[in-house]
Write a protein that binds this ligand. Structure first.
Ligand code: IPM
Ligand code: MG
Length: 365
C-alpha cells in the first residue's frame, strides 16, 4: 500500500526541520514502506509566490492525500500584511476546510530530558499526557469578528466564542476514545464560571460521558485552575479536552513540561475519508522561530515525532512509529542535544540531529 503525503515546510525553521523529516521518510522508504510524497507552499512562502498564504491548488491537494505534514508558518516580515493574507490564515484555512476538529497534542517527557526541565524531576519524570484541543471552532472562527470604527472615532475589536452541541460532542468523543486506550481518565477544561459557552461545553461533555462512555472517569476544571495544576502536578492528568483557545495556551504550557517546545508533535484529525482513514494533518507545536531560522539551531524532533504520529494514525504503521520513537529515545539517552535542550552544554546542529536519528534507526534495522 502506498501512503500519500503532502509536505508543507512553510516559513522560518519549517524548511530546516522538514529536511530532516524527509531523510527519515526516505529511510523508511528504503526499508520497504511506500510513500508518494509531494511538496508545496504554505504561509509566508506561499504569499511570496502567489500573494496568498495558501493557494486553491494546494488546498485541493491537501484534501486528496492521506496526510499533510506541515512545518511552521509566520515571520516578522509578514507582520504588516493585511489580516486576510497573513501566513497564519493559510494554516487556519487548512484546519477549517479539512474540518480537522480534534487536535492531539501529546506531552511526553523523555527520561533523558527529565533532569533538564525547569520543573523538579519527580514532577515530570514519566509524564505522558494528551491534550485534545478543539481546532475548527470557538473564538478562532466565531462570527461576528473584526475591528470597526465607532461614531466617536474610537475603535472596537470583536471576536466571538461560539460552540454548538455537535462541535463539543464530536471532540469529546475523540477524547473519550483516546482515554480508553490510555489511562481511562478525561479532564475537561473551560470557564463555565464566566462564559455561557463554557457552561454548554461542560454540559455536553458530561452528556457524552453519561450516554456513551460511562466507564471512563470524567472530571471538569476551570481552565485557569487547569493551567496551574498542569505546572503543579501534571501527572494527575491523562487526557485533557478543551476548546480552541484554551487548548492553544495549555498545550504550550504542557510542551514546556517536556523540556522544550522543540519536542512536542501534534496530529489534527477530522472525520474518516472514503478509504476509512481520518482526514489528517501533522505539525510540530512550535512556531517558525524566525530568531533562529537558517542557523542550524532548530530541534527537528517535534517535526520528526509528528511524522511518527502520521505513521501511527494515518498509515497504520504502528511498528514503524514505535521504531522511530525508540530511536529518538536512544539518541537522547546518549546525550545528543540540540541547543534548546542542551541546558547550556554541548549541542549538535539540526542536520547532525538528523544524522544521529538515522544512524540509530540503522542499528535497529
Ligand atoms: C498553534 C499555533 C497556531 C494557533 C498559530 C500559528 C495560528 O500557535 O498551532 O498552536 O494559534 O493555533
Ligand atoms: Mg500555539
Amino acid at each position: 500500500m502506498t501512503h500519500s503525503l503532502l509536505i508543507l515546510p512553510g516559513d522560518g525553521i519549517g524548511p530546516e526541520v522538514m529536511a530532516e523529516v524527509r531523510r527519515v521518510i526516505d529511510w523508511f522508504g528504503a526499508q520497504g514502506l511506500s510513500f508518494e510524497v509531494s511538496e508545496d507552499l504554505v504561509g509566508g512562502a506561499a504569499y511570496d509566490a502567489h500573494g496568498k498564504p495558501l493557494s486553491d491548488a494546494t488546498m485541493e491537494k491537501a484534501q486528496a492525500v492521506d496526510a499533510v505534514l506541515l512545518g511552521a508558518v509566520g515571520g516578522p516580515q509578514y507582520d504588516d500584511l493585511d489580516f486576510s493574507v497573513k501566513p497564519e490564515r493559510g494554516l487556519l484555512r487548512l484546519r477549517k476546510e479539512m474540518d480537522l476538529f480534534a487536535n492531539l497534542r501529546p506531552a511526553v517527557c523523555f527520561d533523558a530530558l527529565a533532569a533538564d526541565s525547569s520543573l523538579k524531576h519527580d514532577v515530570i519524570a514519566g509524564l505522558d499526557i494528551m491534550i485534545v484541543r478543539e481546532l475548527t471552532s470557538g473564538v478562532y472562527f466565531g462570527e461576528p469578528r473584526g475591528i470597526t470604527e465607532m461614531n466617536d472615532g474610537s475603535r472596537v475589536g470583536v471576536n466571538t466564542q461560539r460552540y454548538t452541541t455537535d462541535e463539543i460532542r464530536r471532540v469529546a468523543r475523540s477524547a473519550f476514545e483516546l482515554a480508553k486506550k490510555r489511562g481511562n481518565k478525561v479532564c475537561s477544561m473551560e470557564k463555565a464560571n464566566v462564559m455561557e459557552s463554557g457552561i454548554l461545553w461542560r454540559e455536553e461533555v458530561q452528556w457524552v460521558h453519561d450516554n456513551e462512555y460511562p466507564e471512563v472517569e470524567l472530571s471538569h476544571m476551570y481552565a485557569d485552575a487547569g493551567a496551574m495544576q498542569l505546572v503543579r502536578w501534571p501527572k494527575q492528568f491523562d487526557v485533557i479536552v478543551t476548546d480552541n483557545l484554551f487548548g492553544d495556551l495549555l498545550s504550550d504550557v504542557a510542551a514546556m513540561l517536556t523540556g522544550s517546545l522543540g519536542m512536542l508533535p501534534s496530529a489534527s484529525l477530522g472525520a474518516p475519508m472514503a478509504n476509512g482513514k481520518p482526514k489528517a494533518m501533522y505539525e510540530p507545536v512550535h512556531g517558525s522561530a524566525p530568531d533562529i531560522a537558517g542557523q542550524g539551531l532548530a530541534n527537528p524532533l517535534a517535526c520528526i515525532l509528528s511524522f511518527a504520529m502520521a505513521l501511527r494514525y494515518s498509515f497504520n504503521e504502528g511498528a514503524a512509529a514505535d521504531q522511530l520513537e525508540a530511536a529518538i529515545q536512544r539518541v537522547l539517552a546518549a546525550g545528543i542535544r540540540t541547543k534548546d535542550i542542551a541546558q547550556g552544554g554541548a549541542f549538535v546542529s539540526t542536520s547532525e540531529m538528523g544524522d544521529a536519528i538515522l544512524a540509530e534507526l540503522g542499528k535497529g534495522a
